[in-house]
Design a protein around this ligand. Structure first.
Ligand code: CP
Ligand code: NVA
Length: 301
């Protein structure tokens, strides 16, 4: 494993090994055990979109591992003025030990890895959010003990989260159901791959998808960069919500997850959100542990 560009690139064993290390790092942190596996290592963090969790968890994570994180806003970098990614990649490779990037096009992340000579971590693109799903898998295993026989249901937009959740679920043998409106399906190639390799159902029926689910997941209707579609999407996604009425169809011990930020009253009601706040904020915390594990795997020589 040289980079974390998308979950498809990882084997099931590599994913499990990251989750195991994340559990260990969480235990160590909770018990005051210092782990400075990345002492002196430098991580550049390029952001072309806003972030609370990704930025703070990466910066905290590299610091706790003994390294240094550098926040690089694309507004201030020459990349924002058109310097090619292949040049940025080669320059940053001369200074740093790793790059985390949040941007729009997946190709930009792949090109950074192609032209640079240091590990690249995808901190969200329009296509994928692998760091989030590693934290999600860690959280699911914490609550459910294992992935065996679990049914994961995602309600909402077939976006970066849906794409990465499908891949994560298939790799770990969970059944995955997606309830989304017509025209908002996840990436066609991922869907094809999941049909061939796992147990994926895509439906228009939120009720069908939720029935007997062990894990319910949702995300915003309009992702970053889609602000101009907000009104249309508010119309198109009516009914694609997790609420106290449809959650009754899930298993009684269902866990509810959200990558955050959440829009109460849209993809999830405030009532359901607050009733499952423990899971949701454990999930947010686990970003830190999962990403520390990813950094150690990629950046420790
Ligand atoms: N879930 C997530 O990636 O949050 P941020 O956008 O705050 O980083
Ligand atoms: N789908 C959302 C996820 C935010 C963490 C977005 O891309 O804005």
């Amino acid at each position: 494993m040289k980079h974390l560009l998308k979950l498809q690139d990882l084997t099931r064993e590599e994913i499990l090994s990251i989750l195991n290390l994340a559990d260990q790092l969480k235990y160590e942190r909770n018990h005051g055990i210092i782990n400075d596996s990345l002492k002196g290592k430098k991580l550049g963090m390029i952001f072309q979109k806003s972030s609370t969790r990704t930025r703070v968890s990466f910066e905290t994570g590299i610091y706790e591992l003994g390294g240094y994180g550098m926040f690089l806003s694309s507004h201030d970098l020459q990349i924002g003025r058109g310097e090619p990614v292949e040049d940025t990649a080669r320059v940053l490779s001369r200074y740093l030990d790793g790059i985390m990037i949040r941007t729009f096009a997946q190709k930009e992340v792949e090109d950074l890895a192609k032209y640079g000579s240091i590990p690249v971590i995808n901190g969200l693109t329009d296509y994928a959010h692998p760091c989030q799903v590693l934290a999600d898998l860690m959280t699911i295993r914490e609550y459910k003990g294992s992935f065996k026989d679990l049914k994961l249901t995602y309600v909402g937009d077939g976006n970066n989260m849906a794409n990465s959740l499908i891949v994560g679920a298939v790799k770990l043998d969970m059944e995955i159901n997606i309830a989304c409106p017509e025209g908002y399906e996840p990436d066609a190639q991922i869907v094809k791959w999941a049909h061939e390799n796992g147990n994926l159902t895509i439906t228009r029926s939120v009720e069908d998808a939720i029935r007997a689910a062990d894990v319910l997941y949702t995300d915003v209707w309009a992702s970053m960069g889609m602000e101009n579609e907000k009104v249309k999407r508010e119309h198109d996604f009516v009914g694609y919500q997790i609420n106290s009425s449809n959650i009754k169809n899930a298993k009684s011990d269902v866990m509810v997850m959200h990558c955050l930020p959440a829009h109460r009253g849209e993809e999830i009601t405030a009532e359901v959100f607050e009733a499952h706040a423990n899971e949701i904020f454990d999930e947010a915390e686990n970003r830190l542990h999962a990403q520390k594990a990813v950094m150690v795997k990629l950046m420790k020589k």
